[in-house]
Design a protein around this ligand. Structure first.
Ligand SMILES: [Fe+2]
Length: 293
């Protein structure tokens, strides 16, 4: 199993590691390990292929707490190698819906996602875990992870999911941004917030930007000016002045991208930021209270 490089890591700041799931094909996924005096915080856990807990043990000997920026599968899959996680309160129901897959099922999914050269080397061992129940602690805007010598603050930036958060580390001036604002921000899913609400959240995030120099996301890394591009783009969408580039989205329904993409998926016009959205979900309220029916 040593032949399979499930993870690769890079030190991006003092006591701060970017971990990449190098073993899969198709797209880049990152998570981050932030070490403090009292404990280490693992921000997101990627897809759950490979024993991420064991890998983190090679980087730190502190106790590890897990926090997720949101509950999409490619950010929470490795949670099942830990006993508990901290999760934005509005995304907990999405996370709980993943419970119940067997180790064998996860193994088969991993095989189909693996790079060709590793596929035949994979064996069903401790690098795969079923999606069993774990403790989930709700978090929301303003909560702080106090690691002793560094404090990391939770800031809401809902849009991509209702609960999406970013985490601001004042010590390193890094914003761990999840999927909140990047070159391929997805607002096309049925549970995404309307674009008008996302715009308000981006404007609010902008007020925090003096506290960070870099935004390390789940798939991409940007400097904070990407927020300005997000604000400009979401405004254009709301005003109907974007490209309205229609394609079939990830769930098969017809959605739009704000800016045209070329055949390779690259944004045209030199835009770093781009966003998908459901044309039926541009304006609306952020219904913060649940209706249980
Ligand atoms: Fe996501």
């Amino acid at each position: 199993m040593d032949k399979i490089p499930f993870f690769r890591s890079e030190k991006i700041a003092d006591g701060t590691y970017k971990i990449n799931n190098d073993f899969i094909t198709g797209f880049d996924i990152n998570c981050y390990l932030v070490e403090g005096e009292k404990y280490a915080l693992l921000i997101d856990t990627m897809l759950g292929y490979g024993d991420l807990n064991a890998y983190c043990r090679t980087l730190t000997d502190k106790p590890i707490k897990v926090v997720n920026t949101h509950a999409h599968w490619d950010h929470v899959g490795g949670n099942f190698f830990f006993d508990s996680c901290y999760m934005p309160v509005r995304d907990i129901a999405t996370f709980q819906a993943y419970i119940g897959y067997s180790r064998e099922q996860i193994f088969e999914i991993a095989k189909s996602a693996s790079k060709e050269e590793y596929r035949d080397l994979l064996v069903l061992d401790d690098n795969f875990a079923g999606t069993h129940p774990i403790k989930v602690y709700p978090i929301s805007d303003g909560d702080v992870f106090d690691l002793g010598d560094r404090r990391i603050e939770v800031v809401d930036c809902g849009g991509h999911t209702p609960g999406e958060i970013v985490l601001i580390d004042d010590k390193t001036r890094i914003c761990f941004a999840g999927d909140s604002c990047n070159g391929n921000t997805l607002l096309e899913f049925d549970d995404c917030l309307p674009v008008t609400c996302y715009l308000e959240n981006l404007k609010r995030l902008k007020t925090y930007a003096p506290r960070f120099d870099m935004m390390y996301g789940g798939h991409e890394v940007f400097d904070p000016t990407i927020i300005d591009e997000g604000i400009e783009t979401a405004t254009k969408v709301i005003e109907g002045k974007d490209d309205k580039h229609e394609i079939n989205g990830l769930t098969g329904k017809l959605i739009c991208y704000a800016y045209k993409k070329d055949q390779d998926g690259v944004n045209e016009g030199g835009h770093r930021f781009n966003m998908s959205y459901d044309p039926k979900n541009i304006t609306g309220e952020d219904k913060r209270k649940q209706v249980i029916s």
